[in-house]
Design a binder for this molecule. Structure first.
Ligand code: GDG
Length: 478
């Protein structure tokens, strides 16, 4: 420990790489697509960083480098994947933190495995961190790591960032292990959330459930430490997306996509992981009704829905896929014509270039989650609209709605409201589209993912290890 370690340790459920096998059967690591890696990469390089995470699957690997980034894989057993990842993380915490959109399951064995896996991550981080190093822990799968790590290494500065919403006390208190989770997070010096409301939910719970003294965004612990909870809305590599979307290959591909769809007047687009929080079913129903009501025709409009395979071994997800595919079949069967389906449904994932071409080809981007920490797809669409046109229909319940005020904001539970917004976005006047898109593009250019990572790190390094001299009672409540 201590003398030979790294100055920055990133701890996340997944490593930022995927194991891929080529046609000849040769395996190699490939950088995963996504903003988080590109955001954290410069910080990692500047601080001699290392990234600890699960490489996927059950195979064990030794630490390795990809593009000169130090990566330390932590293997999981089949039982741990089932109970920590699919179970407690995605069957308990994910639905609980997303407004109980689906019913969370509470199983004591899942919790025990969650504790065990969190401990392993904490122990590995403790081994790798240099004296006084900074450790940045990510997301709901690892909420116990900050406290476990602090017990092992009180010298560290520890930051935690939650990518998903943090629920109000009324929902959070269903969790049988609510106190352990709050205490786990309180091991950090800085706890970051997407929105100020989530940070307030956390502070209120800490006061009510753990009994610590709090003031605004600060928690005063009996051991003299101060923990800060604040919002750091995540973002995307706006410049990178704009550049990609203006490249010749992407511009041509976008035109080819429109052509292949029969050059309809307007293309609606949804791109989501196939997840019940994303509101895919409701938006397709709204679109189908607009056609059956006669407000839109399949000659004029098509809805392209990309549903990226996700968590397919979890039961809720399998059922959701069946429901959506039945709905798409019914809409197309009832309303489509030969060569003119109402919904063009794709259950697959695409390279970044194809995503950019889809964003560029689409006139109306439809993002309607019931609850979403941020939603990067909405921001990526805006970044790719370099011609300052195109409409964004966005759920009020996505974190992104706080920043993208010029979108057509909708309540995804309100079917008629959603239909009206889709129709308005469909027929909006070009000047209106430009006015709205320009404002949203400005917001995203100024608040990109680099600014996000920099502000979290700056805050962590300034705030870390600050003590207080308040007299506070030891915590008693549960
Ligand atoms: C969680 C929170 C929060 C998707 N399909 C493909 C692909 N993607 C990329 C998108 C986007 C990302 O994945 C999805 O991010 P979202 O934010 O939309 O949603 P979650 O996966 O639920 O993410 C969310 C986020 O964490 C970050 O904090 O915003 O609220 O739920 O970047 O482009 N990328 C490629 N091919 C695909 O098929 N290349």
């Amino acid at each position: 420990m201590g003398d030979v370690g790294h100055d920055l340790v990133i701890v996340a459920n997944r490593l930022p790489v995927d194991r891929v096998t080529d046609a000849k059967g040769k395996s190699a690591w490939r950088r995963s697509p996504g903003g988080l890696v590109s955001a954290i990469e410069p910080v990692m390089r500047a601080h001699d960083g290392v990234w600890i995470g699960w490489p996927g699957g059950t195979q064990k690997f030794k630490p390795f480098k990809v593009d000169d980034l130090d990566l330390v894989p932590l293997a999981m057993t089949a039982e741990e994947i089932e109970e920590h990842y699919e179970g407690f993380s995605n069957g308990t915490l994910w639905p609980l933190y997303h407004d109980v959109v689906a019913k969370p399951e509470f199983h004591r064995e899942w919790w025990d495995t969650y504790v065990r896996v969190n401990r392993r991550f904490a122990e590995r981080a403790a081994e790798l961190a240099a004296e006084g190093a900074t450790v940045w822990v990510h997301d709901y799968q690892l909420q116990l790591v900050p406290q476990m790590l602090r017990e092992l290494r009180p010298d560290l500065r520890i930051g935690f960032y939650l990518h998903i919403p943090f629920p109000p006390a009324e929902l959070f208190q269903q969790l049988p292990w609510r106190r352990q989770i709050l205490e786990g997070l309180l091991g950090a010096d800085l706890v970051g959330f997407q929105l100020p409301g989530a940070a307030q939910n956390f502070i209120r719970l800490v006061r009510q459930r753990v009994g610590h003294k709090t003031h605004r965004d600060l928690v005063y612990l009996p051991d003299g430490r101060t923990v800060r909870a604040a919002a750091f809305p995540i973002s995307i590599d706006a410049g990178g997306f704009a550049e990609l979307a203006s490249s010749e290959a992407v511009v041509e591909r976008a035109a080819a996509i429109r052509e292949a769809l029969g050059n309809p007047r307007r293309i609606f687009l949804g791109i989501d992981r196939l997840d019940y929080t994303k509101g895919i079913y409701a938006r397709l129903r709204a679109f189908g009704e607009l056609i059956s009501d006669g407000d839109l025709t399949v000659e004029d409009a098509v809805f392209v829905q990309v549903a990226v395979p996700s968590r397919e071994r979890v039961e809720h997800y399998r059922n959701l896929r069946d429901d959506i595919e039945r709905l798409v079949g019914r809409i197309n069967g009832d309303l489509g014509r030969i060569g003119r389906p109402a919904v063009s449904y794709l259950h697959t994932s695409y390279p970044r270039e194809e995503m950019a071409a889809l964003y560029r080809a689409a006139d109306v981007m439809v993002v309607t989650p019931y609850r979403d920490g941020m939603n990067l797809v909405a921001k990526e669409y805006v970044a790719c609209r370099t011609e300052e046109d195109g409409a964004l229909v966005l759920s009020e319940f996505a974190g992104a709605a706080d920043e993208l005020r010029q979108a057509w904001l909708v309540n995804p539970y309100d079917m008629n409201g959603m239909k009206a917004a889709l129709l308005e976005a469909y027929s909006a006047d070009p000047k209106e589209l430009t006015r709205r898109m320009r404002a949203m593009r400005r917001q995203i250019a100024q608040h990109d993912v680099k600014a996000w990572a920099d502000s979290f790190m700056t805050e962590l390094e300034d705030d870390g290890q600050q003590g207080h001299s308040k007299t506070v009672r030891p915590a008693t409540r549960s």
